[in-house]
Design a protein around this ligand. Structure first.
Ligand SMILES: NCc1[nH]cc(CCC(=O)O)c1CC(=O)O
Length: 312
């Protein structure tokens, strides 16, 4: 098969600064692997506004529904308006639409969360009753697990908006994924980087996935040299856990797998929203068994969850 194309390769992306940085990283990696794609017009970046970009006044769990950041990109792929879609894998629902697949995982960024506070406080030194702004139930639950005396309030908007709200005193602290901050070059204002023991990341946090039509062998071949096998194994394990738990986005789930050679180590945690109930599982195995490792850890947690634990 020839990798030369007569049509431009069309990359679908959201328009947020982080999404654009990830689309540009994808374009740059494609050009590095296939120099002819550097020609003017060989790659087009097509920007879409997703439902998740429109809803800024509610938390995403309240907005309900899955795929808030992906649906418009996937519709464009399915209609043939684009050839690939670039996603933060953290935002990609467990089940993809029929006819689409994640073809490639780029090398994963740092998976930790960054903590920002006024007055340089860490999670442990924040005065009782301090207000932490976060949109995510996973962060809310883990903050309250450690500090039940803090108050967590919903908080959305892009990085700059959130930091402005912090400066204005609307909240005393907030959290953001370090991966996004690194990609945007916005790490200078971080108060503390939270280690995994303190804040286990979201499934696939820090990973960029590239989605294509399953029938599109030409684009799959173009993307093949960009795939990071280690990231793919880790994301496979974490997403298999999610699939087994079948968790709605209203239940806090955190997971992280790491690789040491071909040995994969998965840690997973499901919490109640108030952080008072915590269920954990841990598994080790071969990277080649990533899907089974994730499913197995998910099944262990599922077996001990009280009936009705997952909210609709
Ligand atoms: N939910 C939004 C979102 N999706 C991916 C990232 C960060 C980048 C990543 O984890 O890959 C963020 C922002 C955040 O959580 O701070």
């Amino acid at each position: 098969m020839t990798l030369n194309r007569t049509q431009p390769l069309r990359i679908g992306t959201r328009g947020s600064p982080l999404a654009l940085a990830q689309a540009h990283e994808t374009r740059d990696r494609l050009i590095a692997a296939h120099p002819h794609l550097a020609a003017p017009g060989a790659i087009e970046i097509v920007v879409f506004k997703t439902t998740g970009d429109r809803i800024l006044d509610r938390t995403l769990a309240e907005a309900g529904g899955k795929g808030l950041f992906t649906k418009e990109l996937e519709d464009a792929l399915l209609d043939g308006r684009t050839d690939l879609a670039v996603h933060s894998m953290k935002d990609v629902p467990t089940w993809l639409p029929e006819g689409l697949e994640i073809a490639t995982l780029l090398p994963r960024e740092d998976t930790r969360d960054a903590f920002f506070s006024r007055g340089g406080h860490t999670v442990d030194t924040l005065p009782a009753g301090s207000v932490v702004g976060t949109a995510g139930l996973r962060r809310q639950a883990q903050i309250l697990e450690r500090r039940p005396d803090l108050k967590v309030v919903p908080f959305r908007g892009n990085v700059q908006t959130r930091l402005a709200k912090l400066d204005a005193g609307e909240v005393d602290a907030t959290l953001l994924a370090l991966a996004g901050l690194r990609r945007l070059g916005l790490t200078d204002r971080i108060t503390a980087v939270l280690e995994h023991e303190e804040m286990l990341p979201a499934v696939a946090q820090g990973a960029i996935g590239i989605e294509i039509r399953s029938s599109d062998d030409a684009t799959r071949a173009l993307l093949a040299p960009l795939n990071c096998a280690g990231t793919a194994a880790r994301v496979t394990a974490e997403r298999a856990l999610l699939a087994m738990l079948d968790g709605s986005c209203r239940t806090p789930i955190a997971a992280l797998s790491t690789l040491d050679g071909d040995r994969l180590h998965l840690k997973a945690k499901v919490l109640s929203n108030d952080g008072r109930q915590v269920f954990r599982a841990e598994r080790r195995g071969l990277a080649g068994d990533a899907a089974a490792i994730g499913a197995d850890a998910g099944a262990e947690i599922k077996a001990v969850l009280p009936p009705g634990f997952f909210q609709a």
